[in-house]
Ligand binder design. Sequence first.
Ligand SMILES: [Fe+2]
Length: 416
Amino acid sequence: MSEPLKRPYQRHGDKESSAFFEEYLEKIYNWRDGVGLTEMIREMHSVVIEVDEQDRHAYLEELCLMTPYHFKKSYHNEHFIYSLLEVDENSPGYIIRSRKEKDRSKVMPMNMLSPVAMKKPYTKYVGEVYRVTDFEKAVELLGQAGVEFQDEGMVKNSRLQFIRTIPSQYTWNTVGYIHYPNGARQYYVEQFADHPEAGEFLERLRAIKAKQKDLGITGRVLPIDHLATRILQQDREHAMLEYIKLTSYHYWGSYDILDQNSSTNVTRNSYGWPESKSPARVFTASNTPYFLDHLVKLPSPTESFVINYGKRMHHIAYGVADNVKGQDFDNIDFAVDRLKENGVEFLLQVIGSKDEGLKQIFSRTSQLSYLITEYIQRYNGFQGFFTKKNVAFLTQAAGEDAALKKPRMGEGNLSD
Ligand SMILES: [Fe+2]
């Protein structure tokens, strides 16, 4: 499908937003549609994650076991070593990068502001890249609308163009734009020099993929379903409006998770594609700011996470097949059990049920990426990303995991 969905976009959820949000949401849609950006900015093409170079190989191994991604090749330029992973051309690729000169790190200053993040100062989710049909025009229109871009990593040649924004003030994530002539998908890192990997390491990755197949995880765990970022309470509406301005996504709806003092806010691609082609972007925010916790008297896992880890991506969710030929068991339980037997740790058990439409589970936070992996299996065409009961459990469990790492700046040890 190459035509965007017709407006108005269907709205879901029980949480209302302000009149300001509704007014500017409509204005952004009108501007975006009017100048042609909704039509020009297409699917999520790739996802960029930065890790410490000492963790890069271990993280690639983790991804190869826990996700359908396959390692393709590594590249380097004067700034970074990049590893490219892919499922297929119909879902976003992964670019895992590590910076060569640590004293030039841009993520380190952000991480040093938060007591847990500072323990892994060179590790941060960076952002998503979208494919555009007219690079020059899209960048010009966004620039005219005040969007600022970074020069570092920019690629501009006849075969490929790529640029990314400076990090958002609300999410600390960037949005990139890529264009290449019709045909096979290309990634911006493919313009850089090859970075050969040791044969031993490549052999380990092959063994992990073979094991994943033997375990029956291959084919059950699907590409990315959604990505969820955690933000401060006052940034909820701004973060979504900004993301909708920068992409062709639309506001799908918000759900209040009152007893976890949180809301889950969803934006989705505006082409009606399956999430595997262009995953939903979720923004989770507290309902009240952390400094009122003593008066609100509710747990505050969402804002505690932001304070401990900084504004950052919290989890990346992978779909789980509803049906694998000839099998009548719950694929999510099967895949999670096999992963557990192979050392992957999870928070709680699989929650939800077939009757409720979906089952979900969170892994423990990866100590290599500081990201949680979610698995989500929908039954009988269920349309949502969660049930309120599930999300309350998940939010609470993630909060307890984050709390283990010990909170708040005053208690952190700067020399750790
Ligand atoms: Fe999720």
